[in-house]
Write a protein of this length. Structure first.
Length: 264
């Protein structure tokens, strides 16, 4: 445990975490900055600035970046962290934007309120209010944040996922069971308004439309290469769209080791 004097209101909290298991009936606390307590008086700023936990029974990060109007302003990541693997985490608060990066990639971003300067905060690795997360935590740093120069996301009428033979387990086939394009980085808001489904080529058994099925039937796109040897599938839209997240499942022996997302 430690004390930080005059903590910056724009801050970057970085750490490495290796989850080893879950706690079924409780949050698992990871790191907690607080003026004096846990929560949850929403009018009291300073109790969670920030607090990082695992949700009960999961390795899903639960992020609390309190502000003047909501001392328990919380959000969670759209996926769990893999067990027994090290993950580099950054909680980045700048102005009214709170962001979480996992292994250098933006995982979630939300808007928060303003934050008043505090005199000091207590820092807990784990905390007195919940069981400690079943994880190894290392490489912790807490510094004043700078504004990241986030490039505007690209808009295009055509989006696709692409792979090449060297990145496939079976160099002649790529089967995709499910593929969805979303407008938000947390994989929410499915993009609509497609004009057509487009692809490199396919086996007659398994047309590209099957990759986008949402009826629960397990079908798949039987991908084959185009004239340049590339495997790809996507959508053409009637107007430019911005993709924030792609959800892809190709869980069989004809899957890919590396995939690219392209607008063109």
């Amino acid at each position: 445990d430690a004390v930080v004097i005059s903590p910056p209101t724009d801050y970057s909290l970085r750490f490495t975490i290796e989850p080893k298991g879950v706690i079924d009936d409780s949050y698992g606390t990871i790191i907690h900055f607080t003026t004096h307590g846990n929560c949850c008086d929403y009018r009291e700023y300073g109790n969670r600035v920030p607090a990082i936990l695992f949700l009960a029974g999961t390795t899903n990060l639960y992020i609390c970046t309190g502000d003047d109007s909501n001392g328990n302003n919380v959000y969670e990541l759209p996926y769990e962290l893999e067990l027994n693997k090290k993950h580099s985490i950054e909680v980045h608060v700048y102005g009214t934007r709170s962001s979480v990066y996992v292994n250098g990639a933006l995982a979630k971003q939300v808007t928060i309120g303003t934050c008043t300067q505090l005199d000091q905060v207590n820092v807990y690795i784990g905390d007195p209010w919940f069981p400690a997360a079943n994880a190894v935590i290392s490489d912790i740093s807490f510094t004043e944040a700078v504004e990241y120069n986030i490039k505007p996301r690209v808009s295009s009428t055509k989006w696709r996922v692409l792979s090449v033979p060297d990145h496939l387990y079976d160099s002649g086939t790529w089967d995709i069971v499910d593929l969805q394009f979303y407008s938000q980085v947390d994989c929410s808001e499915n993009i609509v308004g497609e004009r057509s489904i487009i692809n490199s080529n396919y086996h007659v058994c398994c047309p590209p439309e099957w990759a986008f099925n949402t009826d629960g039937v397990r079908n798949w796109w039987g991908g084959r290469p185009d004239s340049e040897g590339l495997f790809w599938i996507g959508k053409e839209y009637g107007s430019p769209k911005t993709v924030g997240c792609v959800a892809l499942y190709d869980g069989n022996s004809h899957s890919a080791k590396e995939v690219r997302v392209q607008a063109w």
